[in-house]
Design a protein around this ligand. Structure first.
Ligand SMILES: [Zn+2]
Ligand SMILES: [Zn+2]
Length: 253
């Protein structure tokens, strides 16, 4: 066997023939992001700090290292964290996942999220994983809830209960993008309601899963609802998190 054959055998072992990275289409392992994607994703956050409470990227002053929103009014969850900044290749991957039929991305994206949860959240305190719900009309239109697909992958990997019926969106809300912070909160007030699966959460912690954390209004309102239903604490887990340039208004996805 000449050297080239050995290399080919090794390459086929690492990257099965025809298998491509579900995010960028380069040769890769099925159901995983390729090394080039992982490198690009990790580079996005280089040199950036994060808000110690909501996890948004930016440069915040120690010792508290809180963003302006969290300094003004701390959102009711215990902690929120995302895998990577909502920029460049991460934004592209989420677009493919939500709008271009690449639902198989739920597995690699959910797996990255589960890794982060394992590192940061107190696993023993957790009862289950709850996706941020879509309104039924919106879900029919899109044919799936992206947060529910991610939550299923996260729950499977962390061996936690998937509680799809713990929270419902009872009211569709107008787009958040044109509203100020206070108006967003009024806009979302009462939009979510706990369902029967919330009974599993009594006195326990829960992981709330969404694809992106931007203003945090949705995560805060869902957390309020879960805490009112009896959960002891809410840990918010997203794939992407906004980068804050303090003074700029962030858009809600
Ligand atoms: Zn890739
Ligand atoms: Zn914050």
């Amino acid at each position: 066997m000449v050297f080239r054959d050995v290399v080919n055998v090794i390459q086929e072992f690492i990257f099965p023939p025809g298998a491509v990275c579900p995010a960028c289409g380069r040769a890769g392992t099925p159901r995983q992001l390729c090394p080039a994607c992982l490198k690009a994703w990790s580079e996005l956050a280089q040199g950036m700090g994060i808000c110690s409470h909501c996890g948004r990227f930016g440069n915040f002053l120690p010792p508290a290292a809180l963003c302006r929103d969290c300094r003004t009014e701390r959102p009711p969850f215990s902690l929120a964290r995302g895998v990577a900044p909502y920029e460049g290749p991460v934004r592209d991957a989420l677009y493919l996942f939500k709008f271009a039929g690449k639902q198989e991305l739920a597995f690699p994206l959910g797996s990255l999220m589960a890794g982060l949860a394992r590192e940061l959240f107190p696993r023993r305190a957790l009862a289950g994983v709850v996706p941020v719900p879509l309104h039924p009309d919106r879900e029919r239109e899109r044919r799936f809830n992206q947060a529910a697909l991610l939550a299923a992958a996260v729950a499977r990997e962390l061996r936690l209960l998937l509680l799809n019926e713990a929270l419902f969106r009872v009211r569709e809300t107008p787009s958040q993008t044109t509203l100020s912070g206070a108006s967003r909160r009024v806009n979302l007030a009462g939009a979510f309601s706990p369902g029967k699966a919330a009974a599993h959460l009594q006195g326990k912690g829960v992981v709330l899963v969404d694809d992106v954390y931007t203003t945090g209004a949705t995560a805060a309102e869902c957390s309020r609802s879960l805490l009112a239903a009896g959960a002891s604490s809410v840990y918010v887990l997203t794939l992407a998190t906004a980068v804050l340039k303090e003074g700029n208004r962030q858009e809600e996805s």
